[in-house]
Write a protein that binds this ligand. Sequence first.
Ligand code: ZN
Length: 122
Amino acid sequence: MIGCLYPTHAQTALQALHAARLDLIKRIRGLKADASPLPPEQLDKLNRLAASDVQTWVRDEIACAREFGLTIFGGCCGTNQRYIEALAKEVQFQHSHVVGRAHRLGPRAGQSVRAAAAQGES
Ligand SMILES: [Zn+2]
């Protein structure tokens, strides 16, 4: 499980892990992503919450999940109920379309998809 990392950063890290250690990539099953692509040192200097809009975050989280067959989803720092609801809605919509063409999406595509209700501190 990856936690507290923006989805595109997690995706980049997983691509590097995939290239370096194919045996380890199979152990990553989920992503509990934070809401901002800014680096921590930049976030620390802000006096306001910096977060991607909900639809961008959902799109980025699902793109990472699809590339690496992740089946557990959640939100961390900067996310709230709106993010989780939008993610759950999109995962359910995509899952209903994934089952019919699972052979094109990889070995885990037919597994049940769970949208974790885990929310981060906001
Ligand atoms: Zn966090």
